[in-house]
Design a protein around this ligand. Structure first.
Ligand SMILES: [Zn+2]
Length: 281
């Protein structure tokens, strides 16, 4: 499943072929992805220019000149591929194709069809159900030690569960929560009430906010470079392999300099947590 850095990388890949361009023909090959596509989907897009392509959590938002917003979520297996407009046969599982007037062909493939596309009025964006309850963007200034403390106050759960809660911070998934906790030297099983007391410039909350931003920024940067190699191959955007410090490294040596620990895996809320028992406290 693509996580926030991958979605951001997809946004950066699509921007040059969408922003400032308009939809020519829109091919819709199914009535639904995860949900039904909105009525008149192709007609409502055709001829409209994209003013800006933004991201909120794991949603891509194409803001159109007429005030509509095309909302896109990759689900589990969705990916966009940019190609030249050609008469080659459509790939299997390609459900939607945007033919941009200035030449690019943007195909959306999604074998498992957990992806979402919807058209909403820009004025209703903030109230749109999946977006309305989202917490701050982790890469924004709004996400810092103070915001974390406010969000954790009164919660009785683990720091791992809290970071996965989209109301607390938007768009974080299991992989990057594991990585951020490692970077912050914080054990995923720590109680939120206890962590919430660690304020101050070098307290746990400040370290956690900084660590979260750092792992996401680094993943986006490495995604950007792998994207350039990748896009040459089949033009597909959406997935990349990042080298993780703890995620998926059960039984391997901790990568922190001088640490003798071995990465452990435990299950929390049905999901794997990877951590170093020596340097994560
Ligand atoms: Zn360690």
């Amino acid at each position: 499943m693509p996580e926030l850095p991958e979605v951001e990388t997809v946004r950066r890949g699509l921007r040059p072929v969408m922003e400032g361009r308009s939809f020519g023909k829109v091919e819709q090959r199914r009535a639904n992805l995860r949900f039904a596509l909105p009525s008149g989907f192709a007609r409502r897009l055709t001829g409209r220019a994209v003013v800006a392509l933004t991201r909120r959590a794991k949603y891509l938002l194409a803001h159109l000149e007429d005030g509509q917003v095309l909302l896109m979520h990759l689900g589990m297996t969705g990916r966009f591929a940019i190609g030249e407009d050609a008469a080659a046969p459509a790939p299997v599982h390609e459900h939607v194709v945007f033919h941009m007037r200035q030449g690019a062909r943007i195909g959306y493939r999604d074998p498992r069809r957990f992806g979402v596309m919807d058209l909403i009025a820009g004025a209703d964006l903030a109230e749109y159900p999946p977006l309305a309850a989202l917490g701050p963007e982790p890469l924004s200034e709004a996400f810092d030690a103070a915001a974390l403390q406010a969000a954790l106050a009164g919660r009785r759960t683990t720091i791992k569960a809290a970071l996965l809660d989209q109301r607390m911070v938007a768009g974080l998934g299991n992989i990057y929560v594991c990585e951020a906790l490692f970077r912050a030297g914080m054990r995923p099983t720590r109680e939120t009430a206890e962590v919430a007391r660690e304020r101050g410039a070098d307290g746990g909350l400040a370290r956690l906010a900084e660590a979260t931003k750092a792992v996401l920024r680094e993943a986006i940067a490495s995604g950007g470079s792998s994207l350039r190699d990748f896009a040459g191959a089949d033009g597909a955007l959406g997935y990349f392999q990042t080298r993780f410090e703890v995620y998926g490294r059960e039984g391997e040596r901790c990568l922190r300099f001088g640490c003798e620990g071995m990465v452990e895996r435990i299950v929390q809320q049905g999901r794997s947590s990877f951590f170093c028992p020596v340097c994560q406290r």
